[in-house]
Write a protein that binds this ligand. Sequence first.
Ligand code: IPD
Ligand code: CA
Ligand code: CA
Length: 266
Amino acid sequence: MIDINKIRNNVEQIACSTGEFLKEQQAQLHQSDIELKGTRNFVTHIDTEAEKMLVKKLGELIPGATFLTEEGTVTYVDGQYTWIIDPLDGTTNYVHGDTPFSVSVALMKDREIILGVVYDPVADELFSASAKGKVTLNGNSFKTSLHQTLTNGYIGFGIPYSLDDRGEKILKNAAGQFRKCSFRIKGSAAIEICYVACGRSDAYFHSGLSPWDVAAGTFILECAGGTCTDFSGGRNYIFNKELVASNGKIHQEIMDKIINNGETNP
Ligand code: IPD
Ligand code: CA
Ligand code: CA
């Protein structure tokens, strides 16, 4: 049996120290440190170093736990406890000297997320939640927004590195709503989902995201009373590369007007 409260405290500290490392290193980043994994998909040696730091420290918290990480510094194997890690979410912002960027850590037990921590080191904002525990931003409780409709909504989204036909259709549907509501691309999915959780924005949608982008943020959002689904309205939003995250109140309207736009689910 693990002590989830103790683990949560430790993970919060580990996310903060890793975030501080990212912040310090951003100031010293040179053009030669920046590589491309694919078109507009940047990576640096800082991503890898931060991931190794996280793997080492988190590995000490639960002996035998496995890891699912973006940079693949450890090989994923199935296990009862799995850490799902994005050491640097928002690398495109990071390499341009921009913000936000974050550290995202989730703990999965038997395929259920039980802990999520997202830290933005520049804003010094720590979002955190654990099963049966409080959901907090820098220690304070929060809730999702009360906004009911797309009209006058404040909606986050992102453009996937691999934009398939479905993803492109969704972006075109969103463009059809430009006169009604305000859209924002912040560039760190983990943070943008937490913004929905704390009521700063009303919803966020994105195709093509990976488990490490969404595992911590979606858990935090659901703990705050929000709703997360895949594009069919189902629960497969961590591993299925489809996410609609909202305050719950405008979820259906987003599904109808942006995700499906009149089409019925397959
Ligand atoms: C990316 C960010 C971005 C999203 C991309 C992600 P990365 O993660 O979350 O907001 O639009 O699809 O891959 O590559 O910076 O870790
Ligand atoms: Ca990411
Ligand atoms: Ca990343």
